[in-house]
Design a protein around this ligand. Structure first.
Ligand code: AP5
Ligand code: MG
Ligand code: ZN
Length: 216
């Protein structure tokens, strides 16, 4: 079974690798960040609530995020596996996930931790451009679109994410250090953690992830 989590600091390449993992293993990609951004674009109640937290780089409150994932993971398409990206991000979220997945018999069996140093993260985040329409992600240097500033998949003009500013990034990195990093030990103790060097090329990171998932 592929009940997976991909973890790592902001800009480590979680979204980039998730795209490849889900098309290789045919499981749904559950990114809480993407779910919040969609809700913000549609200005739903959830979107209105999450917007100010996300813009500043702070974490959305646990009860909101946990509720969202609970609903999503219980859906039918997760019965043969799933990939969580950006969740859990706090010990409280990890505990809630453990309880929930036990109840619905969809327990996590592998946690990929993408390692990346802060210099590289800053470069990746400042060069990132995203498609506001389909969510595709690019980079000015390492993953250029075919036509400058235009999405390969849908032709929309690319934009920067509102939380990819120097200020918000500082808050995101602090949140990572203080709240998310302790999850590395949490999953080590559970015997689920697989470390992957996220500083390699996009292709090499993916190869290492596949090897880790297949227990090589
Ligand atoms: P989220 O959307 O999850 O953002 P994040 O964790 O900050 O991570 P990013 O999406 O910025 O980076 P990534 O690791 O996906 O990197 P990517 O592949 O794009 O969360 C956003 C916000 O939502 C949070 O701050 C919080 O407010 C809220 N939120 C979400 N989940 C929450 C939760 N559980 N609890 C509470 N709040 C929550 O890559 C980055 C760039 O690098 C791209 O340009 C890419 O092309 C490039 N790149 C990728 N890999 C490589 C490589 N190997 N070599 C060179 N370049 C590369
Ligand atoms: Mg992402
Ligand atoms: Zn697009």
């Amino acid at each position: 079974m592929h009940n997976m989590i991909i973890m790592g600091p902001p800009g480590a390449g979680k979204g980039t690798q998730s795209e490849r993992i889900v098309s290789h293993y045919h499981v749904p990609h559950i990114s809480t960040g993407d779910m919040f951004r969609e809700a913000i674009a549609k200005q739903t109640e959830l979107g209105k609530l999450a917007e100010s937290y996300i813009k500043s780089g702070a974490l959305v409150p646990d009860e909101v995020t946990i509720g969202l994932v609970k609903e999503r993971l219980s859906q039918d398409d997760c019965k043969n596996g799933y990939l969580l990206d950006g969740f859990p991000r706090t010990i409280a979220q990890a505990e809630a996930l453990k309880k929930l997945t036990k109840e619905i018999k969809r327990e996590v069996d592998c946690v990929i931790n993408l390692n990346c140093d802060y210099g590289a993260l800053t470069e990746r985040i400042s060069g990132r451009r995203v498609c506001p329409k389909c969510g595709a992600s690019y980079h000015l240097v390492t993953k250029k679109p075919k036509v400058e500033n235009v999405c390969d998949s849908c032709g929309s003009t690319l934009v920067q994410r509102p939380d990819d500013t120097v200020e918000a990034l500082k808050t995101r990195l602090d949140a990572y250090e203080n709240k998310t990093k302790p999850l590395i030990d949490f999953y080590k103790k559970e015997g689920l953690l697989k470390e992957v060097d996220g500083l390699q090329s996009i292709e090499d990171v993916f190869l290492d992830i596949c090897n880790a998932l297949e227990g090589k």
